[in-house]
Design a protein. Structure first.
Length: 121
C-alpha cells in the first residue's frame, strides 16, 4: 500500500458527499474509522492517515478517491465522506465506470456509521 496525497489531483470532481453523527469523542471516532477503512495488506490502494486534520484518504483504481473527515459536533463527532472522481484522462468516464460504486456508497456509508457507533458508543 502506498501513501495517497492529502491534496486532490489537479483534475477532480466531487461526485457524492455524505455525513452523519456518531455520539462519541471525535478522536476515538477517528481512530475507529481508521481501523475500518484502512486497506488490508495486498489491496491495491493508496492510503493516507492525516491525524492533524482527522482526514483519511483511500484512493484506488484510475478514478476513485474516498475522503473521510471527523469533525467535532455538539452531539459527538461528525463523520463526513466525499467520493471524488480523480481520473486525469477520460475524466468524463469516471462516473460511468463507477456508477455501481456511486449507487452503493450511501448504503455502505450508513453501514459504516452503524459499525462505528457499535465500536465507540
Amino acid at each position: 500500500m502506498q501513501e495517497a496525497p492529502l491534496e486532490r489531483p489537479a483534475k477532480n470532481t466531487p461526485v457524492l458527499a455524505l455525513a452523519g453523527v456518531v455520539h462519541a469523542d471525535p478522536d476515538t471516532t477517528y481512530d475507529a474509522l481508521a481501523d475500518l477503512v484502512t486497506p488490508q495488506a495486498g489491496q491495491a490502494s493508496f492510503f493516507l492517515r492525516h491525524d492533524e486534520t482527522r482526514t483519511l484518504v483511500v484512493q484506488g483504481g484510475w478514478w476513485y478517491r474516498g475522503e473521510y473527515r471527523v469533525l467535532p459536533d455538539e452531539e459527538g463527532a461528525r463523520v463526513e465522506h466525499e467520493l471524488v472522481n480523480v481520473a486525469q484522462t477520460a475524466h468524463w468516464a469516471g462516473p460511468i465506470t463507477g456508477r455501481a460504486v456511486i449507487a452503493d456508497t450511501p448504503a455502505l456509508f450508513h453501514q459504516l456509521l452503524t459499525d462505528l457507533a457499535a465500536r465507540v458508543e
